[in-house]
Each structure stands twice: as structure tokens, then as C-alpha cells.
Write a protein that binds this ligand. Structure first.
Ligand code: ZN
Length: 491
């Protein structure tokens, strides 16, 4: 058993050989000891080899990870479910899955495991952001995904503005063995897309959104999205709005095609309009009137979910006020070039921070949204992390860090740290997958090993979520090499 201190753990993946390019015999037989846990991996390899037929050339093309299980030992485990953290935990990762997780006394470390000493550290599931945008050329999308991953966001949903030609890329991020280094594979969060989306006039000039004029046209657009194989349909309920019969056609055709609808909503009437037609997942929240017990009861009755998306509002001033965060290379890498320029512009900064209405804008954001978050969350209505990161229209909402800000603001709004972390992990995964028991979002046996290892306790201070020690995506640590690859050739 090899022990690797967490501080040096960046080398672990390289050390163990994430994917080895050896001959069939070299690759599999010498490393097959007679006892678990290796026998499983070896027998899978043999099975694949047998099923692949007799030609060895064929077998050699099969890429199987042969790294040892990883045991992360000694961390305080915050498993994403909102339950009490487990001190001095053991989490065993094998291939892309969590094989076991719990107190040290109850979890056995497998023979041959690579041990990561995480004493004094804090282990969370990777974060989930249900409201992003990433309408960029494919190679840039990969870079921004990597930037997001480095911030510990292991799942993201792009809520509209995605061109048809990029939809297959989203699928690729969720293919089995995504994290293995295979031809054409790349490391990224698990990513979903709402494709082009429906917006009457935007959300920005030149956006590739559908703008149907009639119900028939709306249905044909939804069929087009079905053919593209998108994961969701996005409707912006912004002014100017689609006529009600067009909205009804989008929602109804979405149901027929089996594609869930998500919607940008900032007023109570639009919320009712869509929720009465069966839409449950909302981005932003009604701000045209204060939250009432009736609205909470309605949301609870209809099982609505909300991603308030505060980070996008706050980012207009937050990064100017926090040059320490803005100057982090990881933050710079997570901004589009234009956003980076805007945030580096001293005159713009001065103008923003000295604006007479800044205090009012901050107060308005809190007054309109914090009571909503608190009331809904206390009532058991799902409020989850979404940020508008990567939104073309704003430019200054970075990938990754914005998700942390959203969690932090949930706590400012009155959620407990554990509830806010659940909102950013298990609950957000539940919203995306529409399943109560998603295969990611929590640290439980059998779940995908998407992990965020922190150097400081987020239950003591939620701002500690950005004290990132390392990130694991599907069983693979994000290594220094991965980081360098993106930092060096970033635009
Ligand atoms: Zn958005």
C-alpha cells in the first residue's frame, strides 16, 4: 500500500498510470494478483478481450484503466445528503465509482490501494451548476469546461444558446469512461444542454435561439431539438414574451417528445402559466412581488424547483470588490477574453463601485431573493445552484467560482451550510436527472466518484468552499498536467 499525502496528491493519477499503452500481455497479465479488488478489473479485461474476438489488433484498441483503487483517508466527509459530517472517514474509489464511504472503523481499505492522506481536509461531492451557458467554438468549450472542473464543478447544464453542431460534444462528456484518456476524449464536467432554446428577441444579438411566430412553428422547432438529441428545452419568459398559444405548443410538444422544459422566470404570472402546464424547473425566481405563503404552498404542491441565479446579478460588482479572487489564475482562466478585459478595466471598475445606486442594487438583490430562498427552502421546496456562468450577455460571471458564490449566498440567505451544500450537490443532481437517487451528487457507495477536497471546513465558514485542495472527476484526480494543458494555451 502506498501512502500519498494529500498535498502531493496531484501526482497520483500519473503515478498509477491512468491508461497504459502496453501490449495486451504486458498490460493485463503481469498485474493480475490472485485476490480482490484486482480480480474484478482483470476479469472485466479478459471478458472484453474474449468478446472482442480473436484478433489481437482489435484487443489492443480496447482501452481499460488499470489503476489501483484510491482510498482517501482521514477527511471530514460531507456527503451531500445534508446529514451530519463524518469525521475521520474513508472513501474508496475504484475505476469511476465510489466503492465504499464511511467512518474509518467501518470501511476497509483494499489491498493495493493508493492511499491519499486527507487528515485535516474536507471531502464533498463535486458541485453541480444547473444554469450555465457555453456557446463557444468547440475547442474553447473544452477549455472552459476544464476551467470549471478545476473549481470543483463536476456537472453543468447549459440552459440555451447552444448551436446544433455542439450538442454531440455535451453527449461526449457523459459517455462511459469519459475521464479515461482515449482518442478524442477530454476531461470535463458532465454536461447537459438545452440546445438553442426559445427566446423572442435574444437573449443577446445573434443568439441561436428559436423565435417561433405560431404554435405550428413552435412544434416544428421542438421536433428539430428532438432530432438534435438535446437534454432539455429552454424557454425565456422575458419581455417581449411569446403569445400564450406558442408557449403552450412548446410545452405540449416537449411532453410529446419526452424532453423536459426549463424556464427563465422572474414574475409570478409566468410561473403560474408554465407550472399549470406541468413545467417544474425554473431558473431565477419571481421578483415582481414578495414571496407569500400561498406561493410557497403552490410551489410545494406542484413540486417546483428554483435556481435563483444570484451570482449573475452580483458578479457585476463582486469581482471589482474582491481583487484577491479576481487575480487568481483559475478565475482568469474561467472568464471569456471580453469579460476578463471588462474586469481589468480600471475606469469601468471606478464607475461601477462609485455608482450612487450600488448600495441600492445590492439591497434589492437581497431583498427580492433572500426571503424567497429562505421561505422555499424551509418549506422543503428545492432551491439549487445555478449561476448563468458563461452568459454571453453579462460576460463577467465566471465558470466555477460563480457556483461557489451561489452556495455562499444561499447561506447568507439563511440556509445552513449543510443544506446549501446539498443544494449544490445532491439536490441539484436530482433536479437535472429528475430522479431522487441520481448516480452523482453524493458520496455513497455505487455513486460516480466526483469529489471536491477542501483544505478548510465549509461548515465553519461557507467561504471555505474555494479553498480547493483537489478535484476528482469520475475517479480521476485533476492533475497538474491537466491544469497546465489548459492554462498554457488559453486565449
Ligand atoms: Zn441563463
Amino acid at each position: 500500500m502506498r501512502t500519498i499525502p494529500a498535498a502531493d496528491k496531484l501526482a497520483t493519477t500519473e503515478d498509477t498510470g491512468d491508461t497504459e499503452h502496453k501490449t495486451f500481455t504486458e498490460r493485463y497479465f503481469p498485474r493480475c494478483p490472485p485476490f480482490p479488488p484486482w480480480w474484478r478489473a482483470c476479469s472485466i479485461v479478459l471478458l472484453v478481450a474474449l468478446l472482442s474476438g480473436p484478433a489481437s489488433a482489435q484487443i489492443d484498441r480496447v482501452t481499460i484503466r488499470v489503476d489501483a483503487p484510491i482510498a482517501i483517508i482521514g477527511a471530514r466527509l460531507i456527503d451531500g445528503s445534508g446529514t451530519r459530517p463524518i469525521d475521520d472517514s474513508v472513501v474508496v474509489v475504484e475505476d469511476d465509482r465510489i466503492r465504499a464511504a464511511g467512518p474509518r472503523a467501518r470501511v476497509q481499505v483494499p489491498r493495493g490501494a493508493t492511499v491519499v492522506d486527507a487528515t485535516g481536509k474536507f471531502l464533498l461531492p463535486g458541485l453541480v451548476d444547473v444554469h450555465c451557458h457555453i456557446n463557444q467554438p468547440p475547442e474553447d468549450m473544452k477549455r472552459y469546461w476544464m476551467a470549471q472542473l478545476r473549481w470543483g464543478v463536476t456537472t453543468m447544464r447549459s440552459a440555451g444558446n447552444d448551436k446544433p453542431e455542439t450538442v454531440p460534444l455535451f453527449r461526449q462528456t457523459r459517455s462511459p469512461r469519459q475521464s479515461s484518456v482515449q482518442a478524442g476524449a477530454f476531461l470535463s464536467p458532465r454536461a447537459y444542454t438545452a440546445g438553442q432554446g426559445f427566446n423572442v428577441s435574444g437573449p443577446y444579438p445573434g443568439a441561436p435561439t428559436f423565435k417561433p411566430k405560431t404554435p405550428d412553428e413552435a412544434r416544428s422547432n421542438v421536433q428539430n431539438l428532438k432530432a438534435q438529441n438535446v437534454d432539455f428545452i429552454k424557454i425565456w419568459m422575458t419581455n417581449p414574451m411569446f403569445p400564450p398559444d406558442v408557449i403552450a405548443a412548446i410545452v405540449d410538444e416537449g411532453k410529446k417528445q419526452g424532453i423536459p422544459v426549463i424556464a427563465h422566470v422572474t414574475d409570478v404570472a409566468s410561473l403560474h402559466q408554465l407550472a399549470d402546464q406541468g413545467v417544474t424547473d425554473f431558473l431565477h425566481n419571481p421578483i415582481d412581488q414578495p414571496v407569500t405563503p400561498e406561493l410557497v404552498a403552490y410551489a410545494k404542491g406542484k413540486k417546483l424547483t428554483f435556481a435563483p441565479t444570484l451570482a449573475n446579478i452580483e458578479s457585476r460588482w463582486f469581482y471589482y470588490e474582491h481583487p484577491d479572487i479576481l487575480s487568481m489564475p483559475m478565475l482568469q482562466d474561467a472568464l471569456y477574453p471580453r469579460g476578463r478585459q471588462m474586469l481589468a478595466d480600471a475606469a469601468r471598475k471606478e464607475q461601477t463601485l462609485s455608482a450612487p445606486d450600488l448600495a441600492q442594487r445590492k439591497a434589492r438583490m437581497r431583498e427580492q431573493t433572500y426571503p424567497f430562498i429562505k421561505a422555499m427552502s424551509d418549506a422543503g421546496v428545492r432551491v439549487v445552484t445555478g449561476t448563468d456562468c458563461g452568459a454571453e450577455a453579462s460576460q463577467v460571471t465566471p465558470f466555477g467560482h460563480a457556483t461557489h458564490r451561489e452556495v455562499q449566498m444561499f447561506v447568507e440567505a439563511g440556509m445552513s451550510a449543510l443544506t446549501a451544500i446539498r443544494a449544490a450537490t445532491l439536490d441539484a443532481a436530482r433536479v437535472i436527472t429528475r430522479s431522487e437517487d441520481p448516480e452523482y451528487g453524493s458520496i455513497r457507495a455505487g455513486k460516480v466518484a466526483d469529489l471536491l477536497l477542501l483544505d478548510a471546513d465549509p461548515t465553519f465558514d461557507i467561504n471555505n468552499t474555494i479553498k480547493i485542495n483537489n478535484v476528482m472527476r469520475a475517479g480521476r484526480w485533476i492533475t497538474q498536467t491537466d491544469r497546465a494543458a489548459i492554462a498554457n494555451d488559453f486565449p
